[in-house]
Design a protein around this ligand. Structure first.
Ligand SMILES: Cc1cc2nc3c(=O)[nH]c(=O)nc-3n(C[C@H](O)[C@H](O)[C@H](O)COP(=O)(O)O)c2cc1C
Length: 206
């Protein structure tokens, strides 16, 4: 399988050929493809359809230099034409729950459903429920990587950065929790071959 493709890869092909890429071809992202990758990620499932993930898309070399400085100087951040900063905003999700409910639902039902869901979190502090929201947002992060690969792009998921500094750089609220950074573009080098546990090593069958 080559790095670029003229048709979307199947899910199986995208999974098989996704590897972390840290050196990218120096050309801007096709903006239509970028939007499509982000749209596909919005289709990720989440508990109660709560949809906690949010993203900041950076396609600005100066800002990427600053982001790299707070990411242990990892060069893939400035090599990539774009970096998607994925985070979870559980507070915004809770404040706007009604938006996640189908328009076919009556107003009374929408309000009741939203109130019931908010009630589940009222005894948790912002950090605790933020952690719950993060587990939902991680699913969308996986979708982003595979959607990108399906359309012929490459990525590298990253948690090697200073969250407080990234928060400050992007002007994000204190309560948001980061899923990860995702430099994205076309590969300019090969990644490493997959080296994974076998199914037998990690799965018990009952
Ligand atoms: C949550 C997460 C955080 C990661 N953080 C970094 C990082 O900060 N820098 C980096 O170079 N790679 C990072 N990686 C990439 C892993 O090293 C890589 O996924 C793993 O070695 C498997 O290789 P593959 O992605 O090529 O299959 C991260 C991966 C994940 C899933």
């Amino acid at each position: 399988m080559t790095a670029t493709t003229t048709r979307p890869l199947t899910v199986q092909e995208a999974i098989e050929t996704r590897v972390s890429i840290r050196k990218f071809v120096q050309e801007p992202m096709n903006q239509g493809d970028l939007r499509e990758i982000l749209r596909l990620a919005t289709l990720a499932p989440s508990a109660n359809n709560v949809q906690t993930w949010r993203a900041a898309v950076i396609q600005n070399p100066e800002l990427q230099v600053k982001l790299q400085e707070v990411s242990y100087n990892q060069a893939q951040i400035t090599s990539a034409p774009a970096v998607i900063v994925v985070y979870s905003d559980m507070e915004d999700a809770l404040d706007t729950l009604e938006d996640t409910l189908p328009a076919t639902m009556s107003e009374a039902d929408r309000q009741a459903r939203a109130a019931g869901f908010r009630g589940r979190f009222q005894d948790q502090d912002v950090a605790q429920r933020g952690q719950w929201g993060l587990t939902q947002a991680n699913i969308a992060f996986g979708y982003l990587m595979l959607a990108a690969r399906s359309l012929g792009y490459d990525t590298v998921p990253m948690l090697g950065f200073q969250p407080e500094k990234v928060r400050e750089l992007l002007g994000l609220p204190e309560h948001v929790q980061f899923v990860g950074l995702l430099p994205i573009g076309k590969r300019a080098e090969d990644g490493f071959p997959h080296h994974r546990h076998s199914v037998e090593r990690v799965v018990k069958f009952y």
